[in-house]
Write a protein that binds this ligand. Structure first.
Ligand code: G3H
Length: 484
């Protein structure tokens, strides 16, 4: 059954050669260039993907532009049905997609299943929520000097062609979180999947196509970011860019997409601040979950923990004990090369005075879940986003010092505060220059209808179901002048 459903995606070779979707057909690129996708789990080749050419990008985007107005004019209830059907297909192929995703990006089967299921649920939620998006009218006489002689009818309209760029850590979910709202608001979509995660992204595209997204309304263009990224982002036919990935790439994209609306979720080095009255067991559990799930490869992962020396002395043994009692704490990181870089950052930190409380070693793409103590805020391990299972403990004199450390970072995604007094947590949250503060819980994007945003170099715009629908559209006022 999956083989039939997904038959157009690849040839039947082992490993398969995957095609790209030009908006109309699944085809091989005339470039003849392909990238082999290796599993971080065992190094085996999952398949080869196409590297598309600039003229293939032009052709797909021309289709995207030509199809968009008709798609926007399609009744919303029809678009909603198509998107709901896509969510149903995602759930229908849950097991098949989870096995593929686990192999392609190194998630455990349960992490992969949770990503696929979350994508279906999110897609359904978008399709429900879009039906309550309304325009409004405004009267003119509120403003001094105006009588009732004008009325503004304010509608929500599509941007046009949305370029959706998804990252390797959630190649299905963070693709769906862009594609679904873009389509529902009447945009056409050019989807650029991550290189690692591309095969899963191609499957998601096929699902939207099968669900009834018309020709030209979605295309999926594959290839390395280095090869096709700049051409796509700066293409005049792309009218909006929705991107999740590193802050450096986000800033590079922003430089070559002048005047285009942007919706970016970028890096984070999220802090945990532990007050003396915190529940140490809860704090330890949340630190372990927040720092090590999916091997720390989440923009919302906990990267450093701060408290007074006394608090850290109480907390560390609780964390170490719980780690010891937990099996399968972390899988591989995305490539061996990434793992080598993380190993180097750990070694550099130790050379600068940090101490390894647990972990610190690497085997192939696997980094042992690591806790470093005696870390100082100026070390690279704190100020850069280390996309791996490494948590740094930093001793501070007081909580104001901790807030200053958070506010001095280039990132501002999330932070979490542990205290039994929620009033203290609320008051303290106001001091922190980050998108979201979690009180007594680790940083996370979900539930997915909550607003999700980063400040400073962590992002642009706000995501979350309603917020993403709004971001994927703009208001268009039409003013009726009616002399009194
Ligand atoms: O990596 C970025 C994701 O948006 C984080 O999502 O908090 O659900 O893992 P998550």
């Amino acid at each position: 059954m999956p083989a039939e459903f997904f038959e157009t995606l690849s040839n039947n070779a082992i490993p398969p050669i995957y095609r790209f979707f030009n908006g109309k057909d699944w085809v091989e690129s005339t470039s003849g260039n392909r990238i082999a996708i290796q599993s971080p789990v065992d190094g085996s080749v999952v398949g080869e993907i196409q590297v598309v050419t600039p003229s293939e990008i032009d052709e797909a985007l021309t289709r995207n532009v030509d199809a968009q107005k008709k798609w926007e004019a399609t009744p919303l209830n029809v678009r909603v049905k198509i998107v709901h059907l896509a969510a149903d297909w995602v759930m229908h192929y849950l097991d098949y997609l989870a096995v593929l995703l686990a192999r392609e990006v190194g998630k455990t089967i349960s992490e992969a299943k949770s990503e696929i299921k979350r994508t279906a649920e999110l897609t359904d939620y978008f399709a429900d929520e879009v039906q309550s998006i309304r325009g409004e009218t405004l009267d003119s006489d509120n403003f001094p000097g105006y009588d009732k002689g004008r009325i503004a009818v304010i509608e929500r309209v599509a941007h046009g062609v949305v370029l959706a760029i998804a990252p390797f850590n959630y190649p299905v979910n963070l693709a769906g979180s862009k594609i679904a709202p873009a389509l529902l608001m009447g945009n056409s979509v050019v989807f650029k999947p991550p290189t690692q995660g591309c095969i899963s992204g191609l499957h998601l595209t096929r699902i939207f196509q099968k669900a009834g997204v018309p020709e030209g309304v979605i295309s999926c263009l594959t290839g390395g970011g280095q090869e096709i990224g700049s051409y796509l982002v700066s293409h005049p036919k792309v009218t909006m860019v929705a991107f999740t990935g590193s802050s450096d790439t986000g800033m590079a994209i922003a430089r070559i997409a002048p005047m285009k609306p942007l919706l970016f979720e970028c890096g984070g080095n999220n802090a945990t601040i532990v007050f003396p009255d915190a529940d140490m067991n809860l704090t330890a559990t949340e630190i372990i979950k927040g720092g090590f799930s999916y091997a720390g490869q989440r923009c919302t992962a906990i990267k450093y923990v701060m408290g007074t020396q006394g608090v850290l002395d109480q907390l560390l043994p609780v964390v170490l004990k719980e780690m010891e009692e937990t099996t399968n704490l972390a899988g591989p990181v995305i490539t061996v090369q990434v793992a080598e870089n993380i190993e180097k950052i750990i070694k550099d930190s130790v050379a600068q005075g940090a101490k390894v409380a647990v972990g610190g070693h690497r085997k192939d793409a696997y980094i042992e879940p690591t806790i470093l103590t005696h870390v100082t805020p100026s070390m690279n391990i704190v100020s850069t986003e280390v996309f791996g299972p490494v948590i740094s403990f930093i001793a501070v004199g007081d909580m104001d010092e901790a807030a200053n450390i958070v506010n001095g970072q280039r990132f501002g995604l999330q932070a979490c505060v542990f205290t039994k007094d929620e009033g203290t947590g609320l008051k303290y949250a106001k001091l922190l220059d980050v998108g979201t503060v979690q009180i007594n819980g680790s940083p996370q994007r979900g539930p997915d209808h909550f607003p999700f945003l980063g400040v400073k170099q962590s992002g642009v715009g706000v995501q979350g179901v309603r917020y993403s629908l709004e971001a994927m559209s703009r208001i268009k006022p039409v003013v009726i002048n009616k002399p009194q």
